[in-house]
Design a protein around this ligand. Sequence first.
Ligand code: MTE
Length: 333
Amino acid sequence: MLIKTKKGLEIPSSEITPKYLYESRRQFMKGVATLAAGSLLAACSPQFGGAGAEEETAVSSDQSTTQSTNTAGKANATADELGDPLNSYQDITNFNNYYEFTQDKQGVASAAAGYQTTPWEVEISGMVNNPGVFGVEDLLSQFDQEERVYRLRCVEGWSMVIPWNGFPLRKLLELVEPTSTAKYVRFETVYDPDNMPGQKSPWFTWPYVEGLTVDEAMNDLTLLATGLYGEQLLPQNGAPIRLVVPWKYGFKNIKSIVKIELTDTQPTSLWMEAAPNEYGFYANVNPNVDHPRWSQATERRIGELSRRPTLMFNGYEEQVANLYEGIDLQENF
Ligand code: MTE
């Protein structure tokens, strides 16, 4: 039976989308109709973001946004280092971007529920002395799991504070030993269109790909996350292993990784391929560089009503600014 209901997490589009864009949406849609498919489908944006545009949605009565998330885990911290409180487990596991399943942020949890993430292997190849295939279980026993409380700032203009569990990517890279010729790390999400309906969409080049420079990957902040709130990651958050790079826009945080390749060529990410004028390789959070279609100066923290200023490098300037010395951040967006 279909019922008209408000979902548990009510985030009206007016709060996610900058007001001027929200109000001029109809006019905007007329304009984009003339654009090429690639930029039209720059879908990691509030206008095309699915659930953000739907405050009320018809869902079947046996579905629940709290599916698989009834047990909120435990975090040691209660706030980030700036004093802002953690977002709830409920928020973090029910408002997601995972285009392989659906573009409806509040529908990802149910669309991904039951997705099989064990057993799982990650292949590390390319310019390394010790290539190999690593079972996630082995990685979990090999590397101590740390709690890292990071801000996640989506390019769409919303943010959360998340207590991740995981280990620095650096530790895994030290194990495989990148050669001196390796300059970049390329990551790939699992390709499984039979179980990930979004991968049947012709508008994107699947699988999802992301990349970092080796220096970014070796930075201590860069995490391979396997859990949050002390619980194993749920499918909607990129189980069993995903990247977390807190000074970059959320789309760099690639989920459900199966391949990591060290290379001397800058990887082309899914978003760079889909809309190169909108999504660059670096994607550092930068309030001074607007997205071509909206300002990046402010953001809305999920759970708050008003917008707050976006911080340079998402507040991690001290730890990462040195990576970009001499680089024009306006050009290298
Ligand atoms: N990884 C894959 N494979 N597919 C995606 O659609 N979305 C990205 C990123 N990683 C995405 C992905 C975007 S746009 C964001 S904001 C974050 O995941 C959201 O992570 P979360 O759902 O855990 O909050």
